[in-house]
Design a protein around this ligand. Structure first.
Ligand code: GRF
Length: 210
């Protein structure tokens, strides 16, 4: 049984996809042990409560230094003893200590086809604004392992989404969520929980067929 903790900052639609995936059997062998938000008013915490999942806010505003906040965040995660940490719209740069301690056991969902439109400053609507400004015809989402960089860890899954004429950032964000994020994040968790990722001769990850 894979014990997961989901870190959130906002609306929690990716968290909801995980909750629904477990309930509906698309994510197996997995237990959602807790949800941690850095924002008290994150609707993701409401979603956790509605699903009967323990939710807690660890806010930097409640600590007198960044170090104390990092310690509290790490303590909250450690207390749940996760096998996997899932970043689902978590807008906090992870402390190095956390990344090292859970190396290879942290995944993130990013709303573009990495290595395009990612890295510092590329989050939320900004990603889709940049996609539309560049005029690319295909975008999508990526699930990747988290390493010490920003959106630089090994890629696990990607799914492409067509950019349509007259898309706005909001319309495109919704399409990328519906057609990509909410599908590949649950799929990646299920694959990790059931040992279905392998690495090829290039060291790239791929999902083994059943
Ligand atoms: C999503 O667009 C995700 O790709 C990005 O942050 C957003 C989180 O949305 N990392 P939600 O909180 O899951 O609705």
């Amino acid at each position: 049984m894979l014990k997961i903790v989901v870190l959130v900052s906002g609306g929690g639609t990716n968290l909801q996809a995980i909750i629904d995936g477990i309930r509906e059997g698309r994510i197996t062998n997995t237990r959602l042990c807790g949800v941690i938000s850095n924002k008290k008013d994150a609707y993701a915490l409401t979603r956790a409560e509605q699903a009967g999942v323990p939710g807690v806010c660890v806010s930097p505003k409640d600590y007198d230094s960044r170090e104390r906040f990092h310690e509290a965040l790490l303590a909250a995660i450690d207390s749940l003893e996760p096998d996997l940490i899932v970043l689902a719209g978590f807008l906090v740069i992870l402390p190095e200590l956390l990344v090292k301690k859970y190396e290879g056991r942290i995944v993130n969902i990013h709303p573009s086809l990495i290595p395009s439109f990612c890295g510092a400053g590329f989050y939320g609507l900004r990603v889709h604004e940049a996609v539309l400004a560049r005029g690319v015809k295909v975008t999508g989402a990526t699930v990747h392992f988290v390493d010490g960089g920003t959106d630089t860890g090994p890629i696990l899954l990607q799914k492409a989404v067509a950019v349509q004429p007259d898309d706005t950032p909001e319309i495109l964000q919704r399409r990328v969520m519906e057609e990509a994020e909410w599908k590949i994040l649950p799929a990646a968790i299920d694959a990790i929980a059931n040992g279905r990722f392998a690495q090829d001769a290039n060291g790239s990850y791929y999902m083994k067929e059943d």
